[in-house]
Ligand binder design. Structure first.
Ligand SMILES: [Zn+2]
Length: 133
């Protein structure tokens, strides 16, 4: 699974980045926030190349007013987003309140803007729990 390391970013920005990547993938995958990483899950579809992810991350960053603060580094099968602006540990934490329209799974942190996908996701957990029982 392709990962974007965003440990240097604030919690709010991590969420915004995940949402921007998900939006840019247009249904061919979702970007899930997993701690300090945004993981790209293609839901058993074909893997999405680093070039595409890099361009989505790049276009999100360049759309920001503080774009010059960030730069990307490619490392194996991940991209690291570096920030030259210091972010406090408190700011780095992902806040409980999500931006409007964003749904997050209480179990694993799966993030989506689609209510339909969210329901499917919760059903998947139920199914997995059923099997484990
Ligand atoms: Zn979940």
């Amino acid at each position: 699974m392709f990962k974007v390391n965003c440990s240097e970013l604030s919690g709010v920005m991590k969420l915004a980045l995940a949402e921007a990547i998900s939006g840019g993938l247009g249904g061919s995958g979702v970007a899930l926030l997993d701690g300090d990483y945004v993981a790209i899950d293609t839901l058993s579809g074909p893997e999405i190349g680093a070039v595409r992810i890099r361009s989505l991350v790049g276009s999100y960053l360049s759309s920001r007013s503080d774009a010059s603060v960030y730069h990307l580094e490619e490392k194996g099968d991940s991209i690291i987003v570096h920030s030259s602006a210091p972010v406090s540990a408190r700011e780095k934490r992902v806040v409980e309140s999500l931006p409007p329209g964003l749904l997050q799974c209480p179990d694993c942190g799966y993030l989506t803007t689609s209510e339909e996908k969210y329901e499917d996701h919760l059903r998947m957990h139920d199914l997995m729990r059923g099997i484990a029982r």
